[in-house]
Design a binder for this molecule. Sequence first.
Ligand code: ADP
Ligand code: MG
Length: 140
Amino acid sequence: MTQERTLSIIKPDATRRNLIGKIITKFEDGGLKIVAQKKIQLTQKLAEDFYAVHKDRPFYSDLVNFMISGPVVVQVLEGDDAVIRNREIMGATNPAEAADGTIRKEFAESLEANSVHGSDSLDNAKIEIEFFFDKNEIVG
Ligand code: ADP
Ligand code: MG
C-alpha cells in the first residue's frame, strides 16, 4: 500500500442539504485523513476548466451549471491507496449502481447530483489538487 493524496469535492446538492459532516465522517471512518479543506463558490470559468475533460459530453453544460448552483467543499484526502479508497467510499457514479454504505448510495439525488467528486487516478489527483490548493494550504 502506498500513501497517496486525492482531491475530493462535496457537491452543491450535498452542501444544500447540510450533509457535509455526514460525508466527511464516511471519509474518516474509511481511513482517509483530511489534510486540506475549504468551502468555496465555483465560478463558471473554474467549473468549466475543472471539468474540461468532459467538454464534448452531452451533459457538460448541465454539469457546469449544477456545480455552480451552490457552494462546494474542496478537500485533499490522504491515506493508503487514497485514490482508489476514496472511489470505493464514494460508490459508483450512478447512485442506482452504487454499493450499500457508499456516499452516493446513501446521499446522491441523481446521476448528475451525486454528492461527491473524486480524482480517478494518481496523475489526475496531482493535477486536481494543484488546481485548488497552494502547497502551504495542505497540512498533513
Ligand atoms: P465520476 O464523478 O464518478 O468520476 P465522471 O467523471 O464520468 O464520473 O463524470 C463526472 C460527473 O459528471 C459525474 O460525477 C456526474 O455528476 C456527471 N455525469 C456523468 N455522467 C452523466 C450523465 N450521463 N448525465 C448527467 N450527468 C453525468
Ligand atoms: Mg471522473
